[in-house]
Design a protein around this ligand. Structure first.
Ligand code: NAP
Length: 271
């Protein structure tokens, strides 16, 4: 990661905060990170991390080599409006983590015909260095800028480049929102354990460690998820009894429908 570039996060909420935490854990210089938020509590939080903070987007953008847009989708047009003059002058690399807003829309909002923009879809696990981020670069991003953008997100997890911007909507529906789907399942498993008499903290540990171990097995063995499932499912055994219930409720179809609903929403947001 290029530790000499100053990165301004315009909209430093949950997701930007997760990336900032990951960057700091990876030794990125505090001095080169600016968190810009109107939210006084968030600014207090970032003050404790000893990074630069401000509530003034223009001040942050003026000092930055790279601008990361971390606001909610409906706020981005106003932010672009506010910063377009500075961006025209400084010609920074723009990186967006905003779900559903296309690079062409950002270009239109800043009237910056030649502007290099990298649109990304990270996820919340970036906060612990275990995120996964899909990236798309518009035609104005050069190789050096691509390396810079990639290294920023690689310091908080795994990255993958998309050649078709539309695929970022799919990434949004799979890995952007994905942690919440898994937390939903974890929640259900924890509730079932508690209901059966296990202490809440122990139930949380059992579920979280089971998930970590399962993910580690999938990553390290290279076996398919289906194959790994078969390894733990002996005929007429306990796991088979549970899987029979999942199948009876068409759980894989439910998951597919849920992901399609997320994708539909991501596309609606991109309009
Ligand atoms: N959360 C995720 O898992 C996730 C994953 C991938 C992508 N994303 C994307 O990341 C973006 C941020 O999501 P989030 O969950 O981090 O939301 P968030 O926590 O609400 O963060 C947005 C931040 O922007 C601040 N803000 C509001 N108006 C602003 C303005 N005019 N200028 C500068 N900052 C302003 C908000 O302050 P206030 O609190 O005072 O309003 C808040 O701190 C979204 O576009 C989302 O699509 C999120």
């Amino acid at each position: 990661m290029d530790n000499h570039k100053t990165i301004a996060f315009i909209g430093a909420g949950n997701m930007a905060g997760a990336i900032i935490a990951g960057l700091l854990q990876n030794g990125f210089s505090n001095d080169h990170i600016i968190a810009c938020s109107p939210n006084i509590q968030q600014r207090e939080h970032f003050k404790n991390l000893a990074i630069r903070i401000t509530s003034d987007n223009r001040e942050a953008a003026t000092q930055a080599d790279v601008i990361v847009f971390g606001v909610k989708p409906f706020m981005l047009k106003n932010v672009c409006d506010e910063l377009k003059t500075i961006i025209h002058q400084k010609k920074q690399l723009l990186i967006s983590i905003v779900a559903g807003i296309k690079t062409s829309t950002i270009t239109k909002w800043i009237h910056h015909e030649y502007g290099p923009i990298v649109r990304t879809m990270p996820n919340i696990a970036s906060a612990v260095g275990a995120g996964v981020t899909g990236l798309f670069a518009n035609a104005h991003v050069d190789e050096h800028q691509k390396i810079l953008a990639e290294s920023l997100f690689r310091s908080v997890g795994t990255t993958l480049w998309m050649h078709d911007e539309n695929q970022l909507d799919i990434i949004t529906a799979i890995s952007g929102s994905g942690p919440a789907y898994l937390f939903y399942i974890f929640e259900a498993m924890q509730k079932a354990a508690i209901n059966l008499g296990i202490d809440a903290d122990q139930a949380k540990l059992l579920v979280a460690q089971t998930a970590t171990g399962a993910a580690k097995l999938a990553m390290e063995t290279g076996e398919s998820f289906e194959q790994l499932r078969h390894f733990v499912t002996s005929e007429k055994g306990t796991t088979a009894a549970a899987i029979d219930i999942f199948n009876a409720h068409h759980t894989q179809d439910i998951v597919k429908d849920a992901i399609h609903a997320a994708l539909k929403r991501a596309k609606e947001l991109s309009q």
